[in-house]
Design a protein around this ligand. Structure first.
Ligand code: PLP
Length: 462
């Protein structure tokens, strides 16, 4: 498959990126009508988008509209599906209910009430993140931090609680609809620093969001530079989870403080930290513009390691060829494929989910078409309450067809890498739909995990 991108004008004219700084222009649900390209849709289609965008977060910027979407191929275009609301993202019933409200009123409070009612049905906080992952300093919960796996702490800086565009399938969608209760954020880096300095078994700090790269470089300096102090010598790796390479590569090339950002990262690397950009790419298309290539080169020249991850998504990348091409292209540009995720059980999951059996097939077939350097992505992996569960394969054991599973990460490190087995189910899309194989009544970790949920033992067994 050759990636021909005739709709990207700059690409045809030259491989050179355009160095003129670009004004960041963003559209949300209220400005859907201002996006000229949508004029080619029918009134009915535009109304459908509004219905969905009043429930699930919507935000897109000009770079995505002008460079990543093939407007001659909508609605099927994968990047169009990735950012623009589609009717199927809500259940038929929820869709109809919101459509009725929108047809009958423009009163924001009535619309919001219906939106919130629907949102509550969409499992806004999966995997017990709020109840089990929040750490404590002297019995006081620390907001804006999650600590689930021994080695790695997640930090949600308050200025990074938005993204350059929103992904329609985002599992953190609830953070973007203004529900303060659901928002992880942290005004005080102080608490993060106290927690990290008191826990010497933490080696990785993962700064996430939203997207931390929406922050001005000044803010990133304030969070990152203290990590060079001796009391944080145990923090070897700082990971930054971001989709900015896809949605706004200008961040590293011609934003006002781009050079300052790249030099901050370089300074951290030179001081001995491993700086890892955990780049979110769902489709090779996002890696094909001259601007993203330039951004990648600048980051690599600064000594940053870029690792990549993505969920497997129906309508976007449910195709082994797309993954194989993406992973080859990543290796080509010096990136390291890291995770293939299973779409989480939240938000618009019905629209994007694929059966676990299919997920494994896509992974396996894609892996067969890349060299060893492209086979570093693990998965397909489900981020569940007890841990990250990988589907290792489908096997026939003593006449029983089973899924072979293992934890890649777990609340109890002792669970990691133990194979376990579930009855094969061609339709299952998540761990909670699987039954233990071989006549067993529960999975090996179930009792211990239940005790964590019931607060009989700590949610972190380490
Ligand atoms: C995936 C994940 C991590 C990182 O796990 P690694 O296997 O080290 O990449 C850390 N915390 C949470 C909550 C995660 O979901």
């Amino acid at each position: 498959m050759t990636p021909v991108l005739p709709f990207i004008k700059k690409q045809i004219i030259s491989e050179q990126f355009d160095d003129t700084p670009e004004h960041f222009q963003v559209y949300t649900e209220r400005q859907l009508d201002k996006i000229e390209a949508l004029a080619q849709l029918s009134d009915e289609q535009r109304f459908e988008m509004k219905v969905v965008a009043n429930v699930l977060p919507f935000r897109v910027n000009r770079y995505v509209i002008d460079n990543l979407i093939n407007w001659r191929d909508i609605p099927a275009d994968p990047i169009f599906q990735l950012v623009f609301p589609q009717k199927g993202m809500l259940s038929q019933d929820d869709f109809e209910q919101m459509a009725v409200v929108l047809r009958n009123t423009s009163d924001r409070s009535i619309i919001l009430e219906k939106a919130n009612e629907i949102r509550r049905r969409l499992n806004p906080h999966p995997a017990e993140q709020q109840s089990l992952n929040v750490p404590y300093i002297e019995d006081a919960p620390i907001e804006g931090i999650q600590h689930k796996y021994r080695e790695t702490v997640l930090f949600f800086p308050s200025q990074g609680q938005v993204c350059h565009s929103f992904c329609s399938f985002c599992f953190r969608w609830a953070q973007f609809i203004g529900d303060k209760d659901l928002r992880f954020s942290n005004r005080e880096a102080q608490k993060l620093h106290t927690y990290l300095s008191q826990h010497k078994n933490i080696s990785d700090l993962l700064i996430t969001g939203g997207d931390p790269m929406v922050m001005k470089t000044d803010h990133l300096v304030a969070y990152l530079e203290p990590m060079l102090k001796p009391e944080f010598a145990h923090i070897q790796t700082i990971r930054i989870g971001t989709k900015s390479l896809s949605f706004w590569p200008q961040r590293y090339v011609n934003d006002e403080d781009a050079a300052q950002l790249v030099s901050l990262l370089e300074r951290m690397v030179k001081a001995g930290k491993h700086i890892a950009i955990m780049a979110h790419f769902n489709h090779w298309r996002e890696m094909a513009t001259p601007l993203v290539r330039e951004a990648i080169q600048r980051l690599r020249a600064a000594g940053v390691v870029i690792r990549t991850q993505s969920p497997l998504l129906n309508h976007i990348n449910n195709d082994p060829e797309v993954w194989a091409y993406m992973w080859r292209e990543q290796v080509h540009q010096g990136l390291v494929p890291y995770y293939m995720f299973v779409e989480r059980d939240t938000g618009a999951r019905r629209y994007f989910e694929v059966p676990l059996a299919r997920a494994w097939e896509v992974y396996r077939e894609a892996l067969q078409h890349v060299s060893g350097l492209g086979r570093t992505a693990r998965g397909p992996s489900m981020s569940t309450g007890p841990g990250k569960v990988e589907i290792q394969g489908i096997a026939q054991i003593n006449g029983e067809k089973v899924f072979v599973l293992r934890f890649l990460q777990a609340r109890n490190p002792d669970w990691v890498q133990r194979p376990f087995f579930a009855q094969f189910d061609p339709d299952a899309t998540w761990l909670d739909q699987l039954q233990p194989a071989f006549g067993e009544t529960k999975f090996f970790f179930q009792d211990e995990y239940d005790a964590m949920l019931n607060k009989q033992i700590s949610p972190r067994a380490y």
